[in-house]
Design a protein around this ligand. Structure first.
Ligand code: FES
Length: 283
């Protein structure tokens, strides 16, 4: 299985399809606000993995009811609920997929294909059940559940092996020792400029506004992009840093994600000034 997954990650033949699909997704989901909602910006957590619980739960439950006598109606209701709730989950998934790395997009493409087959099977299952062909409906449901199971397995590979959708900054916190660390002399910090410094070999971004100084992890939560090379921008009156890789935008005051594709906040570290020296520590 590992060999198959590695070959899939390296399947460059999928890249041309990925490019075309990426253009379609970009054209279909244009408004920034909609993209942010689908990334989970308002939640501070990716939306897609939360939404997929609804169709999977409904479809698995319908399969259990299919094994029990006298439950046709309840099973049909669950198949309908799963099919309807799969649509927003799929839209959110494509929206996240469009800003993944090449290797992640290859796996994501097959993940989406498997789930698309699953959705088509369940739509067919629903149609069959509603027209009284419950045997066919059960059979199509089983095929759909198998496809969705395969898609879910690839989704797990994307998240847990390839790191799609996880916060790429936070693991770096484990490399910082407890206690306060000197970052820079306050007299050497310019106003309103991004500086990159290191704390125990972990890169941090330092931004000064008057006497207020923010220290945040430099590796972007989305895909480890270098925020130190980003640009300072203003969004709704909030001073933010925009990542140079895919445009995720974080409030420079508290690290809150303002625009995706990052779905989680950027980690900000506590600060203090002792004897004119800026210090920081783990939260
Ligand atoms: S790495 Fe993708 S937005 Fe920063």
């Amino acid at each position: 299985m590992r060999g198959i997954l590695t070959r899939l990650e390296q399947a460059t033949g999928l890249d041309r399809t990925s490019e075309r699909v990426q253009q379609v997704v970009a054209a279909a989901i244009r408004p920034q606000r909609l993209r942010d909602v689908l990334h989970g910006v308002g939640l501070g957590h990716p939306l897609h993995p939360a939404l997929v619980q609804l169709p999977i739960g409904a479809w698995v439950s319908s399969a259990v009811l299919d094994l029990m006598p006298g439950q046709r109606r309840a099973a049909t209701t669950l198949v309908a609920a799963g099919t309807a709730s799969a649509v927003p989950a799929i839209v959110a998934g494509w929206n996240d997929w469009a800003s993944l790395s090449r290797e992640q997009q290859r796996v994501g493409l097959v993940h989406a294909l498997a789930n698309g087959v699953g959705l088509a099977m369940y739509a067919g299952s629903l149609a069959a059940r509603l027209t009284g062909r419950h045997g066919l409906g059960r059979a199509l449901g089983l095929v759909g559940l198998t496809a969705v199971g395969g898609g879910g397995f690839l989704g797990g590979h994307l998240a847990y092996k390839q790191g799609a959708g996880v916060n790429h900054g936070v693991p770096e916190l484990r490399l910082i020792e407890d206690g306060w660390h000197a970052v820079a002399d306050m007299s050497a910090l310019p106003q309103h400029e991004l500086l990159t410094r290191r704390v125990d070999d972990v890169a941090v971004v330092v931004y000064r506004d008057g006497d207020d100084v923010t220290v945040m992890l430099e590796r972007c939560a989305h895909q480890s992009g270098p925020l130190g090379a980003g640009e300072v921008t203003t969004v709704n009156g909030r001073t933010c840093v925009r990542c140079p890789w895919h445009g995720s935008t974080f409030d420079l005051d508290n690290g809150e994600v303002v625009h995706g594709p990052a779905g989680t906040d950027q980690q900000v570290l506590p600060t203090r000034v002792i004897g004119g020296v800026l210090q920081t520590r783990l939260p």
